[in-house]
Design a protein around this ligand. Structure first.
Ligand SMILES: Nc1nc2c(c(=O)[nH]1)N[C@H]1C(S)=C(S)[C@@H](COP(=O)(O)O)O[C@H]1N2
Ligand SMILES: [Mo]
Length: 338
């Protein structure tokens, strides 16, 4: 896993927030410092193009060791506590059932406001179909995924049988790109990236609770995604010159989707509902927007929060990513120069 992306946090710890509400002198300071800190707005498309999709590997050797996978030789074995172990090649997968679904993936390292989250249309075989073929023993507990780079993680057999877990060989309508796990990867909706194993070579069914690469280092074995939301526009410290500005962003609630996103433009005194663009699937992030009428010149603190379809609110308390995913609300400063 790459080092934590501390960029956003450092910015928030800087002079920006301190200058809020300190009157004219501070305002001048905000414009001065703002130029140093400002980041451009993110123009986040609904579906992330493959070459913009975030990338995370546990080791630099992951890409090297998987660069030369040849379809002719590549095999995936499905074995362990099963009556009919199988070894399949690429053509076997192309010949099997193919379904496509838009699913948002997020790294467990992602901090509120971070970029290690993307959305794609994944295509492949429901894992459940394959598990039915191999005839699992009745006391199977975990399904282990192993990648050609030596990485491994597992999900429970129960989760694996739910039908929404994909063995994906296509991404946004094209063959799965090398860096995203060519020729085959697991896509496990609502569960952090750690369990979406790439470059699959083995799927083993076991009778115990398997500890994967990150679990051995203390990270969560469940990996259920937490509700998250992000402001993409304006960018932090972006200078806004018009009185009207549309605030935009994304929100994601894992398996439970998003029912509402709220924004505050006055330092959390009042919250306003935003308009949500309906998602293409129940496993996708949503895009939201809010037409903001800026009351006065100067720095404004913007914070976003979301609620999932079960009515659970996003957790506002700040927690780091270790061991089971970060919480906290994304806050930025917008500089109105109107
Ligand atoms: N084989 C393998 N699979 C892996 C990893 C890895 O290092 N090796 N990293 C995991 C992590 S931590 C994440 S967040 C996702 C990232 O998938 P992506 O690079 O396609 O976005 O892959 C997961 N699957
Ligand atoms: Mo990750």
């Amino acid at each position: 896993m790459k080092p934590f992306n501390r960029r956003k946090m450092i910015q928030l710890g800087g002079m920006g927030l301190l200058t809020l509400g300190l009157g004219q002198r501070a305002e001048a300071g905000a414009f001065f410092w703002g130029k140093l800190f400002s980041v451009p707005p993110r123009d986040t498309p609904y579906i992330t193009p493959n070459d913009k999709f975030y990338l995370v590997n546990y080791s630099d050797h992951s890409l090297e060791s998987t660069q030369n996978i040849h379809l002719g030789q590549w095999r995936v074995s499905i074995n362990g506590m099963v009556d009919h172990p199988l070894t399949l090649g690429y053509a076997d997968f192309l010949g099997k059932q193919f379904i496509e679904k838009v699913v948002t993936l997020q790294c467990i390292d992602n901090l509120p406001g971070g970029d290690s989250i993307s959305n794609a249309l994944w295509g492949g075989l429901p894992l459940r179909k394959l598990l039915e073929e191999v005839k699992p023993f009745s006391d199977v507990k975990d399904v282990i995924f192993r990648g050609a780079d030596g990485y491994h993680d597992s999900i429970t057999f129960e989760r694996a049988m739910e039908g929404d877990v994909l063995l994906a060989h296509s991404m946004n309508g094209v063959q799965l790109p090398r860096q995203h796990g060519f020729p085959l990867r697991a896509v496990v909706p609502g569960i952090y990236g750690i369990k979406n194993v790439k470059w699959l070579t083995n799927i083993e069914l076991v009778g115990h609770d398997h500890q994967g690469y990150w679990q051995e280092k203390g990270w969560t074995d469940e990996g259920i995604m937490k509700i998250t939301s992000r402001i993409d526009n304006p960018g932090h410290y972006q200078e806004i010159k018009e009185e009207k500005h549309t605030i935009e962003g994304i929100a994601f609630g894992g398996l439970h989707g998003i029912s509402a996103v709220e924004i505050t433009t006055d330092g959390e005194r009042t919250w306003h509902p935003t308009t949500i663009q309906p998602p293409a699937s129940d496993l996708s992030w949503v895009k939201w927007k809010y037409p903001w009428r800026i009351p006065k010149k100067g720095p404004h603190q913007l914070t976003v929060r979301a609620i999932d379809r079960k009515g659970n609110p996003q957790i506002p308390q700040v927690a780091r990513a270790y061991p089971d995913g970060a919480t906290g609300l994304h806050t930025i400063v917008a500089l109105a120069n109107i």
